[in-house]
Write a protein that binds this ligand. Structure first.
Ligand SMILES: NC(=O)c1ccc[n+]([C@@H]2O[C@H](COP(=O)([O-])OP(=O)(O)OC[C@H]3O[C@@H](n4cnc5c(N)ncnc54)[C@H](O)[C@@H]3O)[C@@H](O)[C@H]2O)c1
Length: 328
């Protein structure tokens, strides 16, 4: 793997992946080319210090076939890690069109560019546990065999892109792997997402809107554990296989918000009750999935990856980073 194209490399997971790969601890020795459209969600400031001999940035849209083909040829791309997507469920409910364009047509364009130019390029497609839909309290966590059951425009667009990727594997034999991860947290996440949005509200002592009764359960994964898992798959993943990535940290939104209040109260030495008082229940999200949970046994057993970051430690360190760098 010498010439790695990362799509959406200026997003939350992308910047963490690029920073990790270009650090000595990863062992990656090749060159990274990052194509990103620079939407509102992007965090290009996180990449300003990347070494110019090993990192090239191209501002562009993955739906532009000519541009993608030109990049594959000009940089002799041998591997693609495909992250680019519209990623916020609330936006997908209010304005789904961009999700279909970037997530479905964008993935289609990447696949076509590979098929038409060099069908030996290895593609890793980064997907989400949300394609499997919603679990009840007592149901077992999603495995790689769980059926698809997307419930909102975001997860439907990601499920569509997954289906396209599998179809190109089956029909044209393209060398492909895929992964489905749970909710990520960590540095450089856009402030529209739950944890940074609540932290920004806490620092400004503004009201903290909590959907419904706050009982919805999410399974939290530190973004640095996620990017190590992606790197593990890029090196050792078996072609044609899918891997679930999770750390088994289930929290209801309400419990997580209480925890954030406690950490901020500790770090700013203010009474936690003052922060709890900011929590404001609001009307539930349309079609809100109740629970996501990932069974990560396959990647643990087959590839030897395991989440390393303890949730309490990881979230406390993230809150500290957020306070130090706020406003970003
Ligand atoms: N964040 C999570 O918790 C999570 C969990 C599981 C899977 N994922 C998946 O990981 C991937 C990355 O997620 P993220 O949280 O970093 O998202 P993000 O919204 O933070 O970043 C997405 C990046 O993609 C870029 N982009 C969007 N459309 C583009 C297009 N048409 N052409 C080029 N670039 C485009 C944006 O400019 C942005 O920099 C997504 O595919 C998402 O579905 C995310």
């Amino acid at each position: 793997m010498r010439h790695l194209l990362i799509t959406g490399g200026c997003g939350f997971i992308g910047v963490n992946l690029i920073r990790y790969l270009l650090s000595p601890k990863s062992g990656f020795t090749g060159v990274i080319i990052n194509i990103d459209k620079l939407t509102y969600a992007s965090q290009p400031h996180a990449l300003v210090e990347m070494p110019t001999d090993r990192y090239h940035f191209i501002q562009g849209d993955i739906s532009d076939l000519r541009l993608v083909e030109q990049i594959l040829q000009e940089y002799s791309i041998d591997t693609i890690c495909h992250l680019a997507a519209e990623s916020h469920v609330d936006r997908s409910i209010n304005a789904p069109s961009a999700f279909m364009q970037s997530n479905v047509m964008g993935t289609f364009t990447i696949l076509e560019a590979i098929r038409q130019n060099n069908p030996h390029i290895y593609l890793h497609h980064v997907s989400t546990d949300e394609v499997f839909g919603s679990l009840h309290e007592d149901e077992p966590a999603f495995t790689e065999q769980s059926p698809y059951h997307p419930n909102n425009p975001y997860s439907a667009s990601k499920a569509s892109s997954d289906h396209l990727v599998w179809a190109y594997r089956h029909t044209y034999g393209l060398p492909i792997t895929m992964s489905h991860a749970t909710n990520n947290y960590g540095a450089y996440q856009h402030q529209e997402k739950f944890i940074p949005r609540m932290l920004a509200g806490l620092l400004q002592r503004k009201s903290l809107p909590l959907y419904g009764d706050g009982s919805h359960l999410r399974d939290w994964l530190h973004v640095e554990d996620h990017v190590r898992a992606i790197w593990c798959i890029l090196q050792m993943g078996k072609i044609g296989e899918s891997y679930n990535i999770g750390a088994n940290n289930p929290y209801s939104n309400k419990d997580l918000l209480h925890l954030l209040c406690q950490i901020v109260a500790n770090q700013q030495t203010v009474p936690v009750e003052d922060l709890y008082a900011l929590i404001t229940p609001v009307a539930d999200r349309l079609g809100h999935d109740y629970r996501y949970a990932i069974d990560a046994k396959k990647i643990e057993v087959d590839l030897g990856w395991r989440a390393q970051i303890n949730f309490q430690q990881g979230i406390t360190n993230y809150v500290r980073w957020f306070i130090e760098t706020y406003p970003h």
